[in-house]
Design a protein around this ligand. Structure first.
Ligand SMILES: C[S@@+](CC[C@H](N)C(=O)[O-])C[C@H]1O[C@@H](n2cnc3c(N)ncnc32)[C@H](O)[C@@H]1O
Length: 224
């Protein structure tokens, strides 16, 4: 595991503290299965170098590795990353994944990835625009940006399980807002998908609900 912890934060704590606490509260927070929109959007892409920003317990990174991608999986939570690395070893795909502990607040992206995926990167103690701008900046020319998040009108009813609930910071977005605020448009980008997708999901205690995913997929046509 590489990277370092940034200790800046707020009176609610640093992102690392908040997320380590969240992950430590349960043996497993997420399902262990890759996110459905990743499967839909990335299954046809030729493998290369992928960056999973806010990788959590690692299911997406492991799925990408199983498809031949070389994956950098970044998260601020050491607890999540340890869990993710253990899961990867069990699946036999650990060799293709580098786990990086890093706070996005101090991370400087390099535009080297054929795929950058940010799935439900909602709690960064920074505006989502800033976090997702970093994701976009890491995509190399010809590469793909995939952003998936909870649409504000289709949030999980099982409560606020995303720590860092800063009232001044909006955490949720539509795909159209992402495209507009990040300037995902010609001539720098080709926008492949801007959609709100309904799906059913199961909550941490087995409760069923209908959610809406905001999905943006775009191809970088030119360097910024
Ligand atoms: C809602 S979870 C999503 C996890 C994973 N992408 C998934 O879909 O299962 C958000 C993730 O972003 C990470 N995260 C939040 N703020 C961060 C920051 N400032 N820097 C890096 N990672 C952060 C959290 O630790 C958490 O694992």
């Amino acid at each position: 595991m590489t990277g370092h912890q940034h200790d800046g934060g707020t009176d609610e704590g640093t992102a690392a503290q908040l997320w380590d606490e969240r992950y430590s509260s349960r043996a497993k927070v997420w399902s262990g299965r890759p996110n459905p929109q990743l499967l839909v959007e990335a299954s046809e892409l030729p493998p290369g170098r992928a960056l999973d920003l806010g990788c959590g317990e690692g299911a997406d990174a492991i799925w990408l590795a199983s498809r031949g991608w070389t994956v950098t999986a970044l998260d601020v939570s050491a607890v999540a990353l340890e869990r993710a690395a253990a899961h990867a070893r069990e699946t036999g795909h650990a060799g293709r994944i580098e786990w990086v502990r890093q706070d996005l607040a101090t991370w400087v992206p390099e535009p080297v990835y054929e795929l950058v995926t940010a799935q439900f990167l909602h709690s960064t103690l920074m505006p989502w625009q800033q976090a997702l701008q970093l994701a976009a900046a890491a995509v190399r020319t010809g590469g793909t940006l995939l952003v998936v998040g909870h649409h504000p009108e289709g949030l999980p009813p099982w409560g606020n399980h995303h720590p860092g609930n800063h009232h001044s910071i909006e955490k949720y977005f539509t795909a159209e807002e992402v495209a507009r605020e990040l300037g995902i448009e010609a001539p720098e980008w080709h926008v492949d998908v801007v959609e709100s997708r309904r799906r059913s999901a199961t909550g941490p205690d087995g409760e069923a609900a209908g959610l809406i995913d905001a999905v943006l997929r775009a191809t970088r046509l030119a360097a910024r």
